[in-house]
Design a protein around this ligand. Sequence first.
Ligand SMILES: NC(=O)c1ccc[n+]([C@@H]2O[C@H](COP(=O)([O-])OP(=O)(O)OC[C@H]3O[C@@H](n4cnc5c(N)ncnc54)[C@H](O)[C@@H]3O)[C@@H](O)[C@H]2O)c1
Length: 345
Amino acid sequence: MQKVLITGGAGFIGSNLAEHHLARESQVTVFDNLSRPGGGARKNMEYLTARYKDNPNFEFVLGDVKNLDQLTEVMPGIDVVFHVAGQTAVTTSIDDPIEDFDTNARGTFNVLEAARRAGSDPIIFFTSTNKVYGDLTRQPVTLVEKETRWDFGDKGFSEGVSEDYPLDFEAPYGCSKGAGDAYCLEYARTFGLRTVVFRMSAIYGTGQHPTEDQAWVGWFIRRSMEKSPVTIYGDGKQVRDILFITDLLNAFDQALESIESTKGQAFNIGGGRRNSSSILELLQLLREKLGIQPSNVDFGPWRLADQKVYISNTAKAKKTFNWEPRVSQEEGITRLYEWMREGKR
Ligand SMILES: NC(=O)c1ccc[n+]([C@@H]2O[C@H](COP(=O)([O-])OP(=O)(O)OC[C@H]3O[C@@H](n4cnc5c(N)ncnc54)[C@H](O)[C@@H]3O)[C@@H](O)[C@H]2O)c1
């Protein structure tokens, strides 16, 4: 039986991973300190505990990735680690860079060290971020302002940003995640650990508890459902490619099946150009397709390190492990809306 450790397993991505692997009868250890701002991890944990309390394959460990001893205790015998625990917001990383560093940089280092010492040679997936490419000025890209969005003006970027783009860690969050990303690749090179890095754009879906600082798709859906006011920081034309959670789970599965080709490598993972949206376009879709809108839209100053446009080029993932997104943004947004409307957690 496959033994899976999910750090951050009470979070959005982690709780989806936990259910996915329990459904396949893997033994799943969720390791989380339940610190997600807004209480989302606690809600997910209550849900998982209620649903799987009688399942002998499910275990919850209240633990902190900042604590190497706790990780060392849970690591022996593990086959696959999904290291998704993290401080997830750029804004919070600016308010408290020490906590951000300790969680994301030191925490990832601890996971690698615990895995290296464990003796069971676990495969490790790390969820990195598009922020490791900074504001896309290292290799100049022309930006074009259109009616509802910013876009790349250069043909070379029509399918988005590839892994060849120079790294340029920006904001404390970009640095702490970038350090984790670099250490994962280094531990593959020097110690032969089978690490795989996913540099992800915006992921959204069921089990996500958005805050104003993180998970923007969910945030705008929730506020629109509640007919609450929203603030857009910047002009609202900033673009991201968005990826529905089930597509991310498929990416993990397929990269795991192809571990001999994926180990020691980083992949850009996102919805690609077809699933890219600006904030203004998302609000328009919510209005036209779901009939919901916020009570008022305010504009505030641009946030630091907010790329005007970022779209993932996922050609390397397609080529290496035959993965591409399947869920359209219209479908995914509708599914998230319906899940929020049910209001079960
Ligand atoms: N969701 C996205 O759009 C996105 C995009 C790029 C990268 N990522 C990365 O993916 C990972 C998961 O993101 P998510 O959206 O599921 O976030 P999330 O906040 O829902 O989940 C993170 C989980 O980690 C836990 N955690 C935080 N600090 C911890 C610590 N010190 N020890 C143990 N657990 C801790 C939190 O309680 C939470 O349950 C993060 O590392 C994030 O940086 C997410």
